[in-house]
Design a protein around this ligand. Structure first.
Ligand SMILES: *[C@@H]1O[C@H](CO)[C@@H](O)[C@H](O)[C@H]1NC(C)=O
Ligand SMILES: *[C@@H]1O[C@H](CO)[C@@H](O)[C@H](O)[C@H]1NC(C)=O
Ligand SMILES: *[C@@H]1O[C@H](CO)[C@@H](O)[C@H](O)[C@H]1NC(C)=O
Ligand SMILES: *[C@@H]1O[C@H](CO)[C@@H](O)[C@H](O)[C@H]1NC(C)=O
Ligand SMILES: *[C@@H]1O[C@H](CO)[C@@H](O)[C@H](O)[C@H]1NC(C)=O
Ligand SMILES: *[C@@H]1O[C@H](CO)[C@@H](O)[C@H](O)[C@H]1NC(C)=O
Ligand SMILES: *[C@@H]1O[C@H](CO)[C@@H](O)[C@H](O)[C@H]1NC(C)=O
Ligand SMILES: *[C@@H]1O[C@H](CO)[C@@H](O)[C@H](O)[C@H]1NC(C)=O
Ligand SMILES: *[C@@H]1O[C@H](CO)[C@@H](O)[C@H](O)[C@H]1NC(C)=O
Ligand SMILES: *[C@@H]1O[C@H](CO)[C@@H](O)[C@H](O)[C@H]1NC(C)=O
Ligand SMILES: *[C@@H]1O[C@H](CO)[C@@H](O)[C@H](O)[C@H]1NC(C)=O
Ligand SMILES: *[C@@H]1O[C@H](CO)[C@@H](O)[C@H](O)[C@H]1NC(C)=O
Length: 755
């Protein structure tokens, strides 16, 4: 710019510079106050306005922006036609404004095609039917909002399709009813005539109507029930929907029980009967399923039966009878008869008793065990849950002069060991003495005898005596009347059951195979004990010992020693025959010495040493743990103790003068048949070195069997061979047969075992 102004004077160069400066400041948005024309800078869609003494550019209505560089169109329609223009409209945006148009079927209230809603204009429904002939010939127009429908006028029929129709959408129209034109039309049977529907008589000609209804037992919500035969020769489809009536479960009724099978369909009947103690005087109780789909409940109800006991009377001196008023008694009734007797002069002055009687009789009667010459009050009522009005009767029994009280009686047993003496006389007051002799015996015991005797004096009519008897015992009880006019005695037997309590206490084992215990009920009586014993060995599954036996003793603290196998776990069950319950105790027996080794004894003199055959020992007395071959100087044989635990290996000895263990085999490593052990083969057996015998010396070879269990060790030994002036090496031994052996003794008479 400086170049272009080069030819100009200083003033002309300065002026554009100032103008540029001002333009720049105006663009920064500050209203000009210095006389510059702000309005000239406004946007084309803005107007210059005077505000608070300043001029500013403001975007026109319908535009938004800063008024100078930016004024963009505002879309008034963005919130939707209904919001901006009102119902049934479309909204149209224009630069700086908008306008509204009514939808098809509506018109603006200002009668202009377009409108702005600010002036109160809105769209209103056009009544299309004002235009005549809209539905064509024979058509009748009906307006709805925004549109219209056509129906055929009377005397006209729709050509095809169904009413209502639209003259431009549906290709149909109304036509004058001409009998000739439509006489052939027959719609036939109306559709969907299932068992749910019924129809009245109908004519299947064109224009006829059929009326649908639901069958009985079915219901429908109210719907159009009429269908017409159309010009197409078809019935309009029925609009009625029939559903089956179902009343569901019958209602519950108080004090009534639903019985029999019922149907929940229309007309179904539910039957009820009254609960025990209730009745329905009005008749049978039923509920009926109604066409509304609900049960119609019975107005009848079950009411409580209040029974009345009438006409109580006394007969035969001690018997009572009465009458039941209720006609409706069909089950048994439990009567409670309480008796209270009073006698002014007697010792046993009050007699109270309650008797129950169960009967379905209308005239029940009961004979009571009453004292003679006594004033009685008898209450009769009915046991719950029934209710009754109780009846009371008072009377005096006759003085007893028929039966003399001679003390005669009979006996009944109750509560296992109690006796009831029933005196024949009903008189009270005479005192008698009875002698009781009790003898108890046990069939399974010879020396058991429980005998006792006592005298008993009473005035009571029905005295009760409870005896202290032993369990599981057969008793004979002899009751004799003493000092009576006539001698009278009654004998009865009582077999007592086993005691429900344990009679054995403090059972313990001692001396390994012995048991001792105490008897809880201290009595100098013989008792029988049943033993059931099982024995098992962990190391010998096939070993099972079971035994059963019994013993009898009179001792208070018996002791029994059992014959048990060694090295065995035992369970002992012990039961006193007088009790139902056994006690169980466990016993464990120690092992004893294993059986003597089975060996063939050899005596060798300067000859070859034969092979020694090691046979497995039987685990009779306990589990076998190991086999040892001991080599001793022959001189030590007689002093050797099988129990000596000090046996040492060949190398631990400084000299072999004390002997040594040449081989050790664990029991599990010895085969079932047998195995051979060559002495002196220089091999290790277990921890022990099988050293060759020294030439020229005398040896004794011993087989020792060790059994070990429960921290107890037991040994058995046998002399296997005696070697004199030994001379042979192992190699020389090979191939030497038994024939060259000097002496062979089968089995070990030289064997010995530890003490
Ligand atoms: C527009 O239509 C709605 C729903 O049909 C109606 O509730 C409302 O009153 C109408 N508004 C006017 C202005 O008629
Ligand atoms: C109808 O529109 C014209 C032009 O658009 C306008 O001049 C006139 O005022 C409008 N009539 C009414 C009743 O609003
Ligand atoms: C009515 O009949 C006209 C002419 O036969 C046919 O074009 C039209 O599809 C029919 N309309 C209906 C709804 O059956
Ligand atoms: C009740 O009637 C229904 C239908 O007849 C039958 O299926 C049902 O077994 C009946 N029940 C009894 C308990 O009789
Ligand atoms: C009274 O008892 C006697 C003898 O037990 C009997 O024969 C008689 O029928 C009874 N009387 C009545 C009314 O039951
Ligand atoms: C029974 O009652 C009557 C009337 O109270 C009385 O006279 C009579 O002595 C009573 N009899 C006995 C045995 O108590
Ligand atoms: C009979 O035995 C029952 C139950 O053990 C007891 O309650 C009752 O008192 C006994 N009766 C007599 C008379 O001992
Ligand atoms: C014992 O006597 C009573 C009344 O005296 C009697 O009811 C019962 O039948 C008699 N019992 C025996 C076993 O005789
Ligand atoms: C019964 O007792 C006698 C004498 O005290 C005695 O000799 C006998 O062995 C006992 N009998 C039994 C089976 O205990
Ligand atoms: C019972 O009475 C009789 C006769 O008086 C007498 O001989 C007997 O010794 C009495 N018995 C007892 C156990 O008191
Ligand atoms: C019962 O005892 C009486 C009196 O001791 C005697 O006379 C009678 O023979 C005994 N009866 C029996 C069955 O033992
Ligand atoms: C165990 O038996 C021995 C010999 O039979 C005997 O001397 C010892 O007293 C018994 N021990 C006990 C506790 O009875």
């Amino acid at each position: 710019m400086g170049r272009r102004a080069r030819g100009a004077g200083p003033t002309s160069r300065l002026l554009p510079l100032l103008l540029l400066l001002r333009l720049a400041r105006g663009a920064a948005g500050e209203p000009g106050t210095d006389g510059l024309d702000v309005c000239a800078t406004c946007h084309e869609h803005a107007t210059c306005q005077q505000r608070e003494g300043k001029r500013i550019c403001i975007c026109n209505y319908g535009f938004v922006g800063n008024g100078r560089t930016q004024c963009v169109d505002k879309n008034e329609c963005q919130f939707g036609a209904t919001v901006v223009c009102g119902n049934h409209t479309s909204c149209h945006n224009t630069p700086g404004g908008f306008y509204c148009i009514c939808l098809e079927g509506y018109r603006a209230t200002n009668n202009n095609k377009t409108f702005i809603p600010n002036d109160g204009t809105f769209c209103t429904d056009i009544d299309e039917c004002e235009v005549s002939g809209l539905c064509r010939h024979g058509g009748r127009c009906v307006n709805t909002p925004g549109s219209f429908e056509c129906y055929c006028m009377d005397g006209y029929l729709l050509r095809n399709g169904s009413e209502p129709f639209h003259p431009t959408i549906d290709a149909t129209s109304c036509t004058e009813f001409d009998i000739n034109l439509f006489s052939e039309i027959d719609c036939g049977t109306p559709p969907e005539i299932t068992d749910r529907y019924i129809i009245e008589n109908y004519v299947s000609r064109l224009g006829s109507q059929v009326c649908y209804a639901c069958r009985e037992g079915f219901f429908s919500v109210p719907e159009d029930t009429v269908s017409s035969c159309t010009a197409q020769g078809a019935w309009e489809s029925p609009k009625l929907h029939c559903h089956e009536i179902n009343c569901g479960n019958p209602p519950e009724m108080r004090h009534a029980i639903l019985v029999e099978n019922h149907s929940s369909r229309l007309g179904g009947v539910a039957h009820y009967i009254c609960q025990e103690g209730f009745e329905s005087p009005g008749g049978k109780i039923t509920s009926v399923c109604t066409e509304k789909g609900t049960w119609r409940e019975s107005t009848l109800t079950c009411t409580e039966i209040l029974t009345k006991i009438n006409d109580v009377s006394v007969f035969n001196d001690t018997c009572v009878r009465w009458q039941m008023n209720s006609e409706r008694i069909n089950s048994k009734i439990v009567y409670v008869i309480s008796v209270k007797g009073q006698r002014l002069d007697a010792i046993e002055s009050v007699h109270e008793e309650t008797v129950k009687l169960t009967t379905d009789s209308r005239t029940p009667e009961v004979c009571l065990a009453l004292y003679p010459g006594t004033n009685y009050t008898v209450h009769i009522s009915i046991a719950p849950p029934r209710r009754s009005v109780p009846a009371v009767i008072g009377f005096q029994t006759a003085e007893d002069d028929i039966l003399e009280d001679d003390g005669m009686f009979n006996i009944s047993i109750f509560n296992e060991t109690c006796l009831k003496l029933n005196r024949h006389s009903r008189k009270i007051g005479s005192e008698y003495m009875y002698q009781f002799t009790v003898l108890g015996q046990r069939w399974y015991l010879d020396n058991f005898s429980h005998a006792t005797s006592f005298n008993f004096t009473t005035r009571e009519r029905v005295p009760v005596v409870c005896l202290n008897l032993y369990p599981t015992t057969d008793y004979t009880v002899n009751v004799s009347l003493l000092r009576s006019p006539k001698p009278h005695s009654v004998q009865i037997t009582i077999a007592t059951p086993p005691a429900v309590k344990q009679t054995i206490s403090n059972i313990s084992g001692f001396n390994e195979t012995c048991l001792r215990w105490n008897i809880i009920k201290k009595v100098d009586m013989e008792e029988m004990y049943l033993f059931h014993i099982w024995g098992q060995r962990w190391y010998q599954k096939e070993f099972v010992r079971e035994m059963t036996f019994n013993i009898s003793t009179s001792s208070q603290d018996p002791e029994v020693c059992l014959e048990l196998h060694p090295g065995t776990n035992y369970n002992v069950s012990l039961r006193a025959l007088s009790s139902e319950f056994p006690v169980v105790i466990s016993l464990t027996t120690q092992i004893t010495e294993p059986p003597l080794p089975e060996v063939e004894f050899f005596m060798v003199h300067r000859g070859p040493l034969p092979r020694l055959r090691l046979r497995k020992a039987k685990e009779k007395n306990g589990p076998i743990s190991s086999y040892q071959v001991l080599v001793l100087p022959l001189a030590l044989q007689s002093a050797f103790s099988c129990d000596s635990e000090g046996a040492s290996s060949f190398f631990s000895n400084t000299s072999d003068a004390d002997g040594y263990v040449a081989a050790e085999l664990l029991a599990k490593d010895v085969p079932d048949d047998a195995m051979e052990i060559p002495i002196g083969d220089r091999l290790y057996y277990g921890h022990y070195y099988n050293a060759p015998l020294k030439t020229g010396k005398d040896y004794c070879i011993i087989l020792r069997i060790t059994s070990e269990w429960n921290k107890v060790r037991r040994h058995s030994c046998a002399v296997w061979a005696q070697v004199k002036d030994s001379s042979l090496t192992l190699l020389q031994m090979v191939g030497v047969g038994l024939g060259s052996v000097a002496v062979v003794i089968i089995l070990a008479f030289l064997s010995f075992s530890a003490v």
